[in-house]
Design a protein around this ligand. Structure first.
Ligand code: ARG
Length: 416
């Protein structure tokens, strides 16, 4: 048994009036395969009925000629309570869609929160809440750096997951929250670190077989205890029922031709991410690599990239015990030893950043060892203790110095 999700009872959908496979932007799309528009219409209508019967409220977005991908509303943006964060699509063919959605949200009183213009983020298709964590996908459609921008507009924790198999290009094809404790995870479609991140995040995961993953089993919509799926296997059905969940298989074959299933056809409207009082955003930064001189600068170890490069050239920065060149690329898991001032700082790289942000963001890029922190504090304390009295530093004694000096003299006189 898993407690029900706190969201998933209200969705935005768009009728497939103009749905088609007229371009190929994922490996499932085959231009030689024809879409049966009438059949698509029937399947979509049946899906709406299924969702409503399961207890969901369905809102409609007006379809638009020239935007065949608009049916996949999951990609239009991210909803966070009364805020809408429009997506920034990777491909030209879908770039006009989020604007269309933005108008719908504006008209309903949502606040619009924009991501940077150079960011690529494909909406809820790459951002699914699990507990107080927003799991985000990157490496497929959304760019690695998107989480840095998301961090500015959402509260709560963000956990970026790298998508490395082109067939599983959006997070919602590999991950499906089922309730407070459980989720479907297509672990085989992910690299070992990313699979582990998810299986550790979810207390009671159901790991999909490769066959189930390829059948879009993770692209399911969960409404209370009903799981609306494109496909299910006897094994998976048993797993779901053991958790008091009921699988309901629907025919979405026309949409699978475009690489989309039940989840892609919906955008949850009742998602509220981190509570407003949870100011801290903890992020597991992305597992990409970047030049060490840029990293040192982005992580705020040096004021400029030039100073960072000089330190690297001067042998003051070691990677896994070795001296390196400024062009050396570093990424999550690398151990750095950085000589700054008198201190030697030992840090574990957690991720990279596309640019130098404020200290709070820089701090997310690495973890400093406890010994290194203690050493730094010891040096600072020593410096404080061994510092000569102020007036010995040159310059005139302060009033306080004078008072102390006079007191000393009086004491000496008294003794003598
Ligand atoms: N043909 C669409 C595309 O490639 C399918 C979108 C699927 N959406 C999703 N959330 N996985 O963009």
């Amino acid at each position: 048994m898993t407690a029900e999700l706190t969201w998933g009872r209200r969705y935005l959908m768009c009728p497939p009036t103009h749905f088609d496979v007229s371009y190929a932007i994922n490996p499932w799309m085959d231009l030689s395969v024809e879409v049966d528009r009438e059949r698509a219409q029937r399947q979509w209508q049946a899906l709406v009925t299924t969702y409503r019967d399961a207890g969901a409220q369905i809102e409609l977005l007006e379809p638009r000629a020239g935007l065949p991908g608009l049916v996949f509303t999951a990609n239009l943006g991210i909803v966070d309570a009364k805020t809408f964060i429009p997506a920034r699509m990777r491909h030209d063919q879908r770039r006009a869609e989020p604007q269309h959605a933005e108008r719908w949200f504006r008209a309903r009183g949502f606040e619009i929160s924009s991501l940077g213009e150079d960011v690529v983020q494909e909406g809820a298709g790459d951002a699914l809440p699990f507990g107080d964590t927003l799991v985000t996908g990157y490496g497929g459609r959304s760019a690695a750096g998107a989480y840095v921008d998301l961090q500015r507009v959402v509260t709560g924790r963000i956990a970026p997951v790298k998508l490395s198999d082109p067939r599983f290009y959006h997070l919602d094809i590999v991950f499906c929250p089922l309730g407070a404790r459980s989720a479907l995870i297509a672990a085989g479609a992910l690299g070992p670190d990313d699979a582990r991140l998810l299986t550790e995040l979810v207390p009671d995961p159901i790991v999909l077989t490769d066959e189930e993953a390829a059948a879009f089993c993770a692209n399911s919509v969960v409404i209370g205890r009903t799981v609306v799926m494109a496909a299910c296997t006897p094994r998976l059905e048993r797993e779901l029922r053991a958790r008091d969940l009921e699988p309901l298989v629907v025919d979405v074959s026309e949409f699978l031709k475009a690489g989309g299933g039940p989840r892609c056809l919906t955008l949850a409207l009742d998602v509220a991410l981190g509570r407003q009082d949870s100011a801290t955003v903890t992020v597991r930064p992305v597992a990409e690599r970047m030049r060490i001189d840029r990293w040192l600068w982005a992580a705020r170890f040096f004021k400029t990239r030039g100073l960072a490069a000089e330190a690297v050239k001067g042998g003051r920065v070691h990677v896994d015990g070795q001296s390196v060149k400024p062009s050396k690329e570093v990424g999550a898991g690398d151990r750095l030893e950085i000589a700054v001032g008198q201190a030697r700082r030992h840090v574990l790289v957690l991720g990279i950043a596309p640019r130098r942000g404020p200290a709070s963001e820089a701090a997310l890029l690495y973890e400093e060892s406890a010994a290194s922190v203690a050493e730094r504090e010891r040096i600072a304390a020593e410096r404080r203790l061994s510092a000569p009295p102020d007036f010995d530093r040159g310059g005139r004694p302060t009033k306080r110095d004078r008072r102390r000096l006079d007191a000393d003299r009086r004491a000496r006189r008294g003794r003598g």
